[in-house]
Design a protein around this ligand. Structure first.
Ligand code: ADP
Ligand code: MG
Length: 771
């Protein structure tokens, strides 16, 4: 390799050298197609697996259409002229000992095939790579690229050594077979020294964890002599991935922690105390405990940064309200950010109900000590909006509830002291920050989520927040029983609607959830996105996310591999019409609720449902988040196999919230053994959100857990699996926090700083900010 004169400038600069310069345009071009442009990119392109020398690939596992690399033994090779088409064809048969795979080469003249004929001798073992096709029931590779073991090495001694080393297998692609990638890696890596590859992992951390240096680790994963070596290399690189991420999270956390915040200590005898006195129920032990933590942190001079996770129905709203009241008592305001207009409106209703006369500030007859709850949403009329804006800006409203509309520039606060984000997964940090920017000093922050997040994911995705958890559900709940109803079993489906009728006759209410709004809203993703554009989370939009996130269902059939034909999914409009005509439901009012209705219509539909005037509500997942109608006892989910596990869990959390037990019926087409069937069975089997979250994690693919940012070639997480590497993440976090506590801006660790910028640039906004 030639050393360009300008590459000597700065340690680490070698990583930035374009591959075209190091390897030449010809070798670099196919690598560029893999997204590998610099030396650093290539060095971080780790083998996907290692093939044990002498072990043949199981040919039974080959899938048509897939680009594969297999190790197999040549059984025979024959050349023949093709009379009909002219030209010649060489066909070799390779085997794994039981099954065979055909290799086919075509040429104009027989002579052109001689090279292959001379090399593909029976008994030789080689690596063959290409796209699997099917020719008359026989799997074959056409014009495969290949390399023979022990034959293509430089000399015999080298061949012997090579023949005993694990063979790195890189992700395969046409134009860049794994051995060519391997050769390029060697060309780039071999001349590099420790000095060329500054190590992001600080020496003390490496020493404590017994990890090798970066240069050594790269050598071990790319050019191992035995399995132990590549494992050691991977261990270190995996730790590095966790560490770089955790260092960035720790730095963010430290930065915010150093900011000043206005302390909002509890004021005895004020609103919060009066509220506690009026509360019709006793707080659960968990609510009390979390409440104390929040009270303490709000009284501190640095901003609280807390994530509150709690099972659906665990009573997070009361916890948040108490925190808000403490801030109001201390002279500040609180903003409650909700993901949908329905939810925002419901929050306002709930808060006003819970507060009673305490929320009648400024009204005749209000309590002496009281405040106001204002609502700001995008679709509000001008007059209402003006009044609410004034309430927020003047400080008359202690609590301002809203959707994204709260983030617009015209919204101002007199003294914003606390931001509460409900159901965090619809909000990015950017939005959080927009809201926080409306305060003179960084306000305290409480993020609430009903999706239980396994500890490792919480540490990875919300590493900058401290976590509190509400584990218990308030006493007096009877829980939800869940059953799967096969959609093609007419008798069971009929029974489902009878159950709905029985529940309603007993004073209950029924949700009927559909994946679509209108029958022709289908499959085109664009239209679903469109449906959610006005910022009001809507069923159709959520479903797009869900399927996009590959929550299982969409991937099952996978495009192009002959999955089941797309079926027409049930829609709110159709199902509502159908139910109105069903004898089992004769005489019952059937309502509709979805994101395409105006806010007023939605409001009315929900109110009619809550009051019992319209006891059956056909809706999209617009009700998924936080809708609270205690009388709702039964939920029927149609096309349940199209929903993700955590989403279904959220949905069923809408029933069984009162004293009557809940019933959730999942109507689905999910043949036994499919991932969808597994998902539904899992859901029916447990109501523990944490157990489900763990199961969900196991059922999903890694990339889907953390989002699409993880899957690209530039992703910083290659070896680390949040589903598997909990210990690594915990260790890395402890080390990173210690390091950052001692040196918040990482002044002493330029290589680490550099790695954060390199690896997390671009991705950081999407990935770290998923909170
Ligand atoms: P989530 O955590 O899902 O947001 P909510 O805050 O909506 O749950 O609470 C669900 C229901 O439980 C509400 O009707 C609320 O008033 C009620 N609730 C909250 N805390 C308690 C408690 N300690 N005892 C009884 N009911 C409670
Ligand atoms: Mg809630």
């Amino acid at each position: 390799m030639s050393v360009p004169d300008d590459a000597v400038v700065r340690p680490g600069a070698r990583q930035d050298e374009p591959l075209a310069r190091v390897l030449g345009e010809r070798s670099a071009a196919p690598l560029a197609k893999l997204g590998l442009r610099t030396a650093g990119d290539l060095l971080r392109h780790y083998p996907r697996r290692y093939s044990e020398p002498g072990t043949l690939t199981d040919l039974a596992s080959l899938t048509v259409g897939e680009h594969v690399t297999v190790m197999a033994e040549v059984q025979q090779a024959t050349v023949r002229e093709m009379r009909s088409r002219g030209g010649a064809m060489l066909q070799a048969v390779v085997t794994d000992g039981s099954r065979t795979l055909h290799l086919t080469f075509f040429a104009k003249r027989r002579g052109a095939l001689r090279v292959h004929e001379q090399r593909l001798l029976p008994g030789r073992t080689g690596m063959f790579t290409g796209v699997v096709s099917d020719y008359r029931g026989q799997r074959q590779l056409t014009h495969p690229d290949y390399q023979l073991i022990g034959v293509d090495a430089d000399d015999e001694a080298a061949a012997l050594v090579e023949a005993s080393r694990p063979i790195p297998i890189y992700p395969a692609s046409a134009g860049a077979p794994t051995w060519r990638v391997q050769r390029c890696v060697r060309t780039v890596l071999d001349p590099l020294t420790d000095a060329d590859l500054p190590d992001p992992l600080p020496e003390p951390v490496r020493a404590r964890r017994g990890l090798v240096g970066l240069r050594e680790a790269l050598g071990l994963v790319h050019e191992p002599y035995d399995d132990g070596q590549w494992r050691r290399g991977q261990d270190r690189l995996r730790f590095e991935e966790a560490f770089v991420l955790q260092a960035e999270l720790a730095r963010r956390r430290a930065r915010t922690a150093q900011q000043e915040a206005v302390a909002r200590p509890r004021v005895p005898g004020a609103l919060l105390d009066q509220f506690d006195e009026r509360l019709p129920f006793a707080l659960t032990a968990g609510q009390r405990e979390v409440g104390e933590t929040l009270a303490r942190e709000l009284a501190g001079a640095h901003p609280m940064q807390r994530l509150l996770q709690g099972e659906v129905g665990s009573g997070k709203t009361v916890v948040a309200l108490r925190a808000m009241l403490q801030v109001v008592d201390a002279g500040g305001q609180a903003a409650l950010l909700a993901p949908t207009e329905v939810l925002a409106a419901q929050h306002v209703r709930t808060l006003r109900l819970l507060l009673g006369e305490l929320a009648e500030g400024g009204f005749l007859g209000g309590a002496d000590l009281s405040t106001r709850v204002a609502l700001l949403t995008g679709s509000q009329g001008a007059a209402a909006r003006r009044e609410n804006l004034l309430d927020a800006a003047s400080g008359r409203a202690g609590i301002v509830v809203g959707t994204h509309a709260l983030l617009t520039e015209t919204v101002q606060f007199a003294d914003l002291g606390l931001v509460v984000v409900d159901e965090q997964h619809r909000f990015g940090v950017e939005q959080r920050d927009l809201l926080r920017a409306k305060a003179a000093q960084t306000p305290h922050l409480l993020v609430m989520t009903a999706t239980p997040i396994p500890r490792t994911v919480a540490m990875t995705v919300f590493g900058d927040l401290e976590t509190s958890t509400l584990r218990e559900i308030p006493a007096g709940r009877s829980g939800v029983t869940t059953h799967v109803v096969p959609a093609d079993n007419a008798a069971w489906v009929e029974r489902t609607w009878q159950r709905v009728r029985e529940e309603v006759e007993r004073g209950g209410r029924a949700y009927v959830v559909c994946p679509r709004i209108e029958p022709d809203d289908e499959q085109a993703k664009g239209s679903r996105r469109g449906a959610g554009r006005h910022g009001d989370g809507d069923g159709a939009d959520l479903l797009a996310d869900d399927l996009g996130a590959l929550d299982g269902s969409a991937a099952d059939g996978g495009p192009g591999d002959g999955g089941p034909p797309a079926r027409v999914l049930r829609s709110v409009v159709d199902v509502a019409a159908e139910l109105r005509a069903r004898p089992a439901l004769a005489g019952l009012q059937v309502g509709e609720l979805h994101g395409r209705m105006s806010p007023d219509e939605k409001e009315r539909a929900l109110a009619d449902f809550a009051s019992g005037r319209v006891p059956v509500l056909v809706c999209t997942t617009v009700i998924e988040v936080g809708v609270d109608v205690p009388e709702a006892t039964v939920m029927v989910v149609l096309d349940a196999d199209r929903f993700g596990l955590s989403q279904l869990h959220q949905l069923r959390g809408r029933v069984g919230r009162g004293s009557a037990p809940g019933l959730c019926l999942l109507v689905a087409r999910a043949p036994e053994g499919t991932p969808a069937a597994t998902r539904l069975a899992t859901l029916a089997g447990t109501s523990d959100g944490f157990e489900l979250a763990a199961a969900d994690l196991g059922l999903r693919r890694e990339g889907d857990v953390l989002g699409a940012a993880q899957s690209g070639a530039t992703s910083s997480l290659r070896l680390l699996r949040v589903t598997r590497d909990a210990d690594v993440i915990a260790d890395a976090r402890a080390d990173a926090r210690e390091l950052v506590d001692a040196d918040p801006e990482l002044v002493g660790w330029p290589a680490l700083r550099d790695a954060i910028d390199r690896q997390l640039a671009g991705e950081r906004d999407e990935f770290l900010d998923r909170a």
